[in-house]
Design a protein around this ligand. Structure first.
Ligand code: SF4
Ligand code: SF4
Length: 453
């Protein structure tokens, strides 16, 4: 298969976009407000937006587009690290093999304990995080761990963040009832990629680049992509990720389910001073807004690497999923924990995050309905592009948040949240959906759980 990242083409787009006029930006924003997505050239041009008023307009269009596609819900999940063994040597990661610290992978009993701890906090969606190490962390260990998680309580969906692997391993993973398979390219610039991934399995750029293809060919229907912002020129990486997104759509009939956008953070043996491409808060906000306009139907995930203030702003302007109350360490939710993969900025408890979101008028969600009702891959793509998903996201968010409030909230939270949730139901515009949501609301109050549309 041909490498679809043409460095000369992307560099040419960036050079051309430097002279974009304000009038052209206005035309692009007008098109973006119609939720038609943007071409590579238009993405490149928006990445050079300078005028403060146009930036403000771009962000408010991103905010409107997000609400139109997904409603104002915000999906929450927790990462679960089960192994910090890694044979790779990514220069930006605390888990790289040159870092000396006692490494471990959790036993099945320890995984079950972690799940219990996560459930007691109220989590229902997990992202399984695993370093690459075929010996300590084989595909069989991973499959067994997924079974353990599902059998240990009421975790409803596990997304998997596993290193690029073989078609055979992806075929096994496709049978494990996972949600989205997530893999970051880190950077699409091949030369920079080689510098950042010395002498390692992950150092093979094309093995990484075609991993989503292998995963989808093997039967995994939802895949997520991402870049680690700060490793390389972000303009190049954002345009390249859009090209990757389109290539998947052409070939498989569905594109990335989500984009992940972590920014570089310090970690064990990682100093930000040696990374010349770090991005400012302003640039980060623009990137989120541009992606929301360029690929309106793709979810955008933000981690607890970002501060509460930054997360609040980005939730309003394009982000659709966040991790909450995260521990980026193996065994982090139980009593014992170890070295962190990176530093965390937002350390609020899940209770506090849920409370703050609702107090700000945001609607948190633990919904996993699409995965479990077969709205995945091509079907999901058709539903979301036809505008039918927002209608379901909102009632499902209300119902899963109601479960959280009843099972994990106290009187203070219930006093604030129950009137808020009732009002949310009253605001559902579609009458049949509003009626079903109200019936389910009452049934959940009476003790039933896991009712979804
Ligand atoms: Fe290993 Fe992933 Fe860290 Fe690279 S980024 S060293 S593959 S855990
Ligand atoms: Fe996600 Fe589907 Fe639930 Fe919306 S209805 S929150 S897209 S799982």
């Amino acid at each position: 298969m041909n490498n679809f990242i043409d460095h000369n083409y992307i560099t040419h787009l960036i050079t051309q976009a430097q002279s974009t006029t304000a009038a052209v930006i206005d035309t692009i924003l007008e098109k973006a407000s119609r939720m038609q997505g943007l071409s590579h050239q238009e993405v490149a041009q928006l990445l050079f937006i300078q005028d403060a008023e146009q930036k403000e307009r771009m962000r408010s269009i991103a905010s409107a587009v997000k609400k139109q596609i997904f409603g104002h819900r915000l999906v929450l999940f927790a990462p679960l690290y089960i192994s910090d063994h890694c044979v790779n040597n990514c220069t930006y990661c605390g888990y790289r093999r040159d870092n000396q610290f006692p490494r471990r992978h959790l036993s099945q009993e320890e995984i079950a304990q972690e799940v219990k701890a996560l459930e007691s906090l109220g989590h229902k969606r997990l992202a399984l995080e695993i370093g690459e190490d075929p010996k300590h962390c084989s595909i069989d260990y991973i499959l067994e761990s997924i079974k353990t998680i599902y059998n240990s309580g009421d975790i409803r969906r596990i997304n998997v963040n596993l290193a690029a692997t073989t078609s055979e391993n992806y075929a096994k993973l496709a049978t494990a009832n996972i949600g989205t398979y997530i893999l970051f390219q880190e950077t699409y610039n091949a030369q920079r990629y080689a510098e950042l991934h010395p002498q390692s399995l992950k150092g093979d750029y094309e093995r990484q680049l075609f991993a989503h293809h292998r995963a989808m060919e093997a039967g995994i229907e939802d895949v997520g992509g991402g870049v680690l912002l700060g490793l390389s020129d972000y303009k190049f990486d954002i345009i390249a990720m859009m090209i990757h997104n389109e290539v998947l759509l052409e070939q498989f009939g569905s594109n990335f389910h989500t984009f992940s956008l972590p920014r570089m953070m310090p970690a064990m043996g990682v100093s930000l001073e040696t990374y010349p491409h770090l991005i400012s808060d302003e640039e980060f906000i623009d990137i989120v807004a541009i992606l929301r306009l360029a690929a309106p139907h793709v979810g955008i995930i933000l981690s607890t690497r970002e501060s509460k203030e930054m997360r609040d702003y980005l939730i309003e302007h394009g982000v659709s999923q966040i991790s909450a109350n995260s521990k980026a360490t193996v065994g982090g939710y139980g009593e014992e924990s170890s070295v962190s993969q990176f530093e965390i900025s937002d350390e609020r408890s899940l209770y506090q995050t849920m409370y703050d979101l609702m107090a700000d008028g945001q609607l948190p969600s633990y919904c996993t309905a699409c995965y479990r009702k077969g709205r995945v891959g091509k079907i999901y793509h058709e539903e979301v592009t036809a505008g039918r998903i927002a209608k379901l996201c909102t009632p499902n968010a209300i119902l899963t948040t109601l479960e959280f409030v009843l099972d994990h909230g106290d009187e203070r939270m219930q006093d604030m949240a129950l009137p808020f949730l009732i009002k949310e139901i009253q605001n559902i515009p579609d009458e049949p959906i509003r009626q079903v949501a109200m019936q389910y609301y009452v049934r959940i109050l009476q003790g039933e759980r896991d009712l979804a549309l």
